[in-house]
Each structure stands twice: as C-alpha cells, then as structure tokens.
Design a protein around this ligand. Structure first.
Ligand SMILES: Nc1ncnc2c1ncn2[C@@H]1O[C@H](COP(=O)(O)OP(=O)(O)OP(=O)(O)O)[C@@H](O)[C@H]1O
Length: 581
C-alpha cells in the first residue's frame, strides 16, 4: 500500500500541494454528505411526534439536506478536477521516468527483453498508476463513510455501534482472505498477457515473412494459443470473485438487518421511533456499502499494485555503468589494449559452450585510417564495434591516445559513433528519418544524403525531403532503406573522430557499394573509419585490415602484409577473385 502512495507522491513532484488540497476538499465533501441521514431521521421523527409546527420543522430539515448537498458538491467538484489534473501529470512523469530508465540500461538488457513485452509493461504500469491516482476520491469517501457511520451508530447506541464494527471487520477479513489467491492469479494472467502481446507483435512486425512463408494460418493459431494461456488463470479468478461476492453480500445483509432488528426492539415497553430505526438502517447500509466497496477496492487495489509492479523489472535493472573520462577529441593515435567481453549465455544446459565475446583484443588506430574488419560470420566483428561504442560493457581492457592513458574509460562513446547494420526506418518523412531531432540544416542533410548515395534514390524516385516513408520503409527497396539509414548514421556521426560501420553496404549492388565507401571516405577525411566487410573486392578502400576469428584479432596489417602472413586470408582473396572471374 505504502509503495503505491510513495509512487504517487514521487511522480506528483511540482503538484503535491494541489494534490493535498484536492484530497482535503474531497474529505470535507464526504464528511458533509454524512450528515444527510441524520437530518432525514430528524425530519421523520418530527413528523411522527406530530407536535406543534412539526411540518415546518421537518421542512427545515429537508432544506438543510439540500443546503448540505449543494455545499458538498461545491467542495467535491473542484477536488475531483484537481485530483484528475494531478493524475495526468503523474502518468506523464511515470512514463517519462520509465523511458529514461530504459535509455540508461545496457544493450545487453534490451537484447534479452522482447520489445513487445517491455511496451506492455510500460502501458500496464502507467495506466494502473494513473487510474489509481485519479480515483482517490472513492478511497477517501469510503474511509470517511466507514468511520462516520461507525461513529454515528456508537453515538446512537454504544452496543449497537460496537456490534456493527465487530461484524463489519469480520466481513472485511473474509474478503481479504480471498485476495491472496486472486493476486497470484492476476500475476499469472499478466505474465501470459505479456507473452501474448509479444507474439502478436512478432508476427505483425514481420508480416512480410508471415506472407512469404505462407504462415497466415499457423501464426494465427500460435497467437490464439497464447490467448488461451491468458484465459487459464482468468477463468479461475472469475469463479473465485463470484464466490467472494456471494460470501460478502450474504454476511453483510445478515449483519445490517440484525442491527436494524436490535434497534427496533422495544426497550422498557416504550414506543419505537421510526426515525431512529431509519437512522440505524441508513448508517448500517452505509457501512455495509463501504465494506463491500472496500472489498472491491481492496481487490482493485491489489490488482493495481500487481499492475504497477509490472514496471519493477525495468526500474530495478542495473544502469549502464558510466563511461569514465572522455577521450581527448584531437587524438592522433588510439590504442585499444586487451579488450574482453562475454555475451550472456542464453542457457547453461549440459551442452553449454563457452560464452561468445571478445578475448584480449588489441588494436592501433590512426586518425584518417580506413580499417576493414574481416572474418567469418560470428568471428566477433559486430561485437567489437558494439563494445567500443559502449553498447556492451567490456570486462577488461584500456585505452590510450598518443602518450596519454585512460585507465578508467570503459568505452569510446565520447568520440565514436556506430552505424548499425540494420537501421530502423520510421513512419515519417525523409527529412525526419534522417534528422530525428529536426535540428539540422538542409545543407547538413544534403551532405549525408550525398555521402550515403541516397541522392540517387531521391533523384530516381522524384523524392524530396518531405516525401513520406511508410512504417519500416516498405515503400523503399532493401538497398534504398540501407542508404537512408546510412545517411542518418552519418549525420549523427558528424562530430565523431571514430566512425564504425557494421556492414554498411551489405544490401547494395557492387557499383553503388563502391561509390558509397568512396564518398564516406571523402566526407570524413580527418576521422578514422572502421567497417566490417565481407566482400574482399572492397578492400582497396582500406589501408588496414584486421582479421578476426573466435572473438580474437588473428592478425592486422595492410592487405599485402596479411597476404604474406595469413593462408586463410589468401584463401579468402582467391575465392573472391574466382567468384569475380
Ligand atoms: N546479443 C548477443 N547475445 C549472445 N551472443 C551474441 C550476441 N550477439 C552476438 N553473439 C554471439 O557472439 C559471436 C560473435 O557475433 P558477432 O555478431 O560479433 O559476429 P560477426 O563477426 O559480426 O558476424 P557477422 O559477420 O555474421 O555479422 C557469435 O557467436 C554470436 O552468436
């Protein structure tokens, strides 16, 4: 319980005074509403006694009821508006806090968590906290009604009041007993729901694979199976909830009418005042309503807690460690020494292999170098660039520039940009796809469009910067998409002195590929450009070749040096020239 209110308080920062005032107004309105049954009972008693001026007195009480109702609304209305306005702010701040936290988590965390599942966690937790924050009036009203009704009954007759209190506490206890198993079922339901959403997103996000592999029916079946998994705990909780309400309702009806009977019992042979019986009935009903709604609230409260807790795996994940001291921007020689990294092993089963990663990788880079990373698929080229860019944190290794050592620097994020192999295309214009922040001039954008050879695409397709691109770039070919993403990456890399490209031209034809590499080289004469390359015919663009195998640097040097030293490299070049022939 404390956790939910602590969350509300934390995310209401800047509007806490407004929140407290709203709650005070809502409590005051509920207290005023409590007086109505007492005024009504007085009116009935006055009429029953039928004394002089009974009608006028009774009318006075009715007038007072109307005045109290009007005043209660004058407090309740502004209270609700204030409460709901603050709830909007809480939702916005909570969602922002989660997004900020996600952006601080290491890539290895994102690799292990399905984006559909993460999205569902954010949606579920933020809307649960929002709904809780905007419906505090029901909780406050219930608390006031219960305390007020119990106090009124105690004032009327201490033993009836205490009997009512004991009875309602018993009913509440009965309710709470049901909530433990209900919450466990809610957690199971949430987990199944996340798996369902993730599966749906997998198929919708890869709809072209579904169509080309004719998986329409089989994918539908898989989605339905995941939905069935959601229903298993849901069906159990539907039955349990009905049993709970049945028990609560019967117990509280018996209690209410027991209290009314006790109040109506003629004492010392005197007359029974109808107004007093009405009063006991009203307050007993009010307390009953509160206990039942408290049971309901407790259930939705516990559900809210479970839903808000969906965000816990995000909030409790460990942030990416700080990068350490930034490297000197005008370095001339950069030494990477003994870099190690281990990918988290997916499963440590009996046939588990040693984790893949980097093993004591050392490299020398000079300003203006063009470095090709080559090696078989899975040899560690992408991993090396990701570790250098700070996507993954190295377990060992250090950096030096010229004569200066940086013992506490963990990655090169301050001077380097990694342009990934599979860039995402957004549903936005060409300009927005390239300059995500929108803070770049047309000249800057034109420069990277030229470097990535996307200018040919724009010319051939008669496109402008405002041409819309569809989600995932379905109105572009694979090679066109790659060039668009390359333009975006180059723009982001404008101020970097180390530009890393992960198979930047894998989707392009050889002629365009050649053009793109030449243009990138010309656009960044001062920077060191490092690229993973599979096509040996491109090696003439690079003055250094780093050959990788099993997460290690096998050799590094010029093409000629490697030809002389590495039989595997000779074989790769021979195969490439045979293919060409
Ligand atoms: N996120 C990850 N989690 C676990 N293992 C990974 C991860 N990324 C890569 N690996 C493993 O690390 C090894 C090196 O992969 P990497 O992607 O760096 O190779 P690569 O040389 O770039 O291959 P390719 O030329 O096919 O792109 C592989 O065995 C791969 O399975």
């Amino acid at each position: 319980m404390g956790g939910l209110y602590a969350s509300i308080w934390r995310h209401a920062a800047g509007a806490r005074r407004q929140l407290l005032i709203s709650w005070l107004l809502l409590v005051a309105a509920a207290v005023l509403e409590l007086v109505a049954p007492w005024l009504a009972a007085r009116a009935i008693d006055t009429l029953q006694k039928n004394g002089a001026g009974a009608l006028t007195h009774a009318a006075g009480y009715v007038g007072a009821i109307l005045a109290v109702s009007g005043l209660a609304w004058a407090l309740h209305g502004p209270g609700r508006i204030g409460e709901r306005t603050v709830a909007l702010r809480i939702r916005q701040r909570f969602s922002d806090a989660l997004y900020a936290k996600l952006m601080r988590l290491p890539m290895s965390w994102h690799d292990r968590h399905h984006s559909g599942e993460v999205q569902q966690r954010i949606g579920q937790s933020t809307s649960a906290l929002y709904n809780f924050a905007q419906s505090q009036f029901t909780y406050l009203k219930s608390a006031v009604y219960f305390i007020g009704a119990a106090a009124a009954l105690i004032l009327y007759s201490p033993w009836i009041g205490l009997l009512a209190l004991a009875g309602y506490i018993g009913v509440a206890f009965l309710m709470v007993r049901f909530d433990g198993p209900l919450m466990r079922l809610a957690q199971e339901e949430n987990t199944a729901e996340r798996r369902f959403q993730a599966k749906m997103l997998d198929f919708l996000g890869n709809v072209s694979t579904v169509f080309s592999l004719r998986m329409q029916q089989s994918s539908r079946q898989l989605v339905n199976e995941r939905m069935d998994d959601v229903f298993v705990p849901l069906k159990k909780s539907i039955v349990l909830v009905e049993a709970k309400w049945c028990a609560a309702d019967l117990a509280s009806v018996m209690l209410t009418w027991g209290l009314v009977a006790a109040a109506a019992w003629p004492r010392h042979g005197g007359t029974v005042l109808l107004g007093s019986v009405f009063l006991v009935h009203q307050y007993a009903q009010q307390a009953r309503g509160v206990v039942l709604s408290a049971a309901d609230k407790f259930q939705s409260f516990a559900r809210t807690r479970t839903d808000v807790a969906s965000a816990d795996p995000i909030l409790s994940a460990e942030d990416m460690p700080a990068a350490g001291e930034a490297l000197h921007a005008d370095w001339q020689r950069l030494s990477i020494k003994g870099l190690c990294y281990e990918h988290p092993a997916p499963d440590a089963g009996a046939d588990a292999q040693a984790p893949a990663g980097l093993h004591h990788v050392s490299l020398q880079c000079e300003r203006g170098d063009r470095i090709a990373l080559i090696g078989h698929s899975g040899s560690g080229k992408s991993t090396l660039m990701r570790v250098l860019a700070g996507h993954y944190m190295p377990t060992q290794g250090r950096f030096e520039t010229d004569a200066r050592a940086y013992p506490h620097t963990r990655h090169l994020g301050s001077i380097a940009t990694l342009i990934p192999q599979e860039g995402d295309v957004f549903e936005a214009t060409v300009r927005e796809n390239i300059s995500l922040s929108g803070a770049h001039s047309d000249e800057e954008i034109a420069r990277v469009i030229h470097a990535s050879a996307f200018d040919t695409v724009m010319r051939d397709g008669a496109m402008g910067l405002s041409t819309p691109i569809t989600e995932r770039g379905f109105n572009l070919s694979g090679g066109q998409r790659q060039r668009l993403c390359l333009a975006r990456g180059l723009l982001a890399a404008s101020a970097s002195s180390l530009i890393m490209l992960d198979e930047p031209t894998s989707a392009l034809d050889p002629v365009t590929e050649d053009t793109v590499l030449s243009r990138i080289s010309a656009a960044f004469p001062e920077a060191c450009v490092m690229a993973s390359v599979h096509r040996m015919s491109l090696l003439h663009h690079f003055n250094k070749v780093v050959m990788m195998a099993n997460g290690r640097v096998q050799d590094a040097g010029t093409v000629e040096e490697l030809l002389a030293r590495q039989p595997a490299f000779r074989e790769m070049l021979n195969m490439a020239s045979e293919e060409l022939a």
